[in-house]
Write a protein that binds this ligand. Structure first.
Ligand code: ATP
Length: 256
């Protein structure tokens, strides 16, 4: 079976020579891939490249559409690319204020995504929004409240609902739990893990936290100085790292 997502030789170098070099990866439907590495290793650059928010200097990103055809996202027309990202992908950002519309109510944040993919019936949209808020443990009574009044954990759960309501096949996540209290993180991770399994989502998750990678991912990709230095099954890589750098990461000598 063709992978859902296959990136080849992805390269983006900033002035000064840092960035992301010759990264290749594959992701199957329903698979979770964690991208780990110390600060500045190129994780966020890679995610922005995959999301096609950042233009690559070189490489290709093949994506298998719902009809089975495979397209290189880097040469897709703008309108087609936008439609694909809106209907088939989600992106959960570390800073929820960047992933939500803060001036719109919680229910509106979820409902407007349905409208963006063609839903028109107000009652159905409101019902689906209510349902998704409940799934991410936000009380229906908060539906018309602004996310400005929400805690960090609630905002992140709302961002998850906003991204998943359209039933995407692929979700990119950039440090979705960092910056939150430890107990809030644990609850959020549980929620993400449950939804990913239930919905059979393919996920690329960037994290500096190896415990998050261990809990959520099937496979792992270790980056250093913009390159992938090790990849494999998460348990194998974390239990028996081959590269000296990964060994240091795992033994927490490096501040990841
Ligand atoms: N716009 C830019 N211009 C120049 N250099 C940049 C730019 N954005 C990032 N960099 C550099 O590229 C390298 C990779 O950055 P990137 O943000 O991808 O790393 P990261 O692994 O996500 O780090 P962190 O965990 O701190 O977010 C870093 O050295 C960073 O300083």
């Amino acid at each position: 079976m063709t992978p859902l997502l296959s990136a080849r030789g992805l390269t983006k170098l900033y002035p000064g020579g840092r960035g992301c070099r010759e990264v290749s990866l594959e992701l199957d439907a329903g698979e979770v891939l964690a991208v780990v590495g110390e600060s500045g290793s190129g994780k966020s650059t890679l995610l922005s490249l995959l999301a096609t928010e950042l233009a690559a200097d070189a490489g290709r990103i093949d994506y298998r559409l719902r009809d089975g055809t495979v397209r290189d996202l880097l040469v897709l027309g703008e309108a087609e690319r936008r439609l694909l990202l809106r209907t088939d992908w989600g992106f959960i950002r570390q800073d929820a204020t960047q992933g939500l519309r803060m001036a719109v109510s919680a229910g509106g944040n979820v409902g407007e995504r349905l409208m963006a993919v063609g839903a028109r019936h107000y009652g159905n949209i409101r019902e689906a929004a209510r349902d998704w808020l409940e799934r991410v443990e936000i009380a229906p009574a908060r539906m018309d409240d602004s996310p400005r009044g929400f805690s960090g954990g609630m905002r992140q759960r709302l961002q998850i609902a906003r991204n998943l309501v359209t039933q995407p096949r692929l979700v990119l996540m950039d440090e979705p739990t960092s910056g939150l209290d430890v107990s809030v993180q644990a609850r959020l991770l549980d929620l993400i893990r449950g939804l990913v399994a239930e919905l059979g989502l393919a996920v690329v998750i960037v994290t500096h936290d190896l415990a998050v990678a261990r809990l959520l991912s099937h496979r792992i990709l270790v980056m250093k100085d913009g390159r992938v230095i090790e990849s494999g099954l998460t348990d194998q890589v974390l239990d028996d790292p081959a590269a000296p750098y990964t060994q240091l990461l795992v033994s927490s000598v490096l501040a990841a």
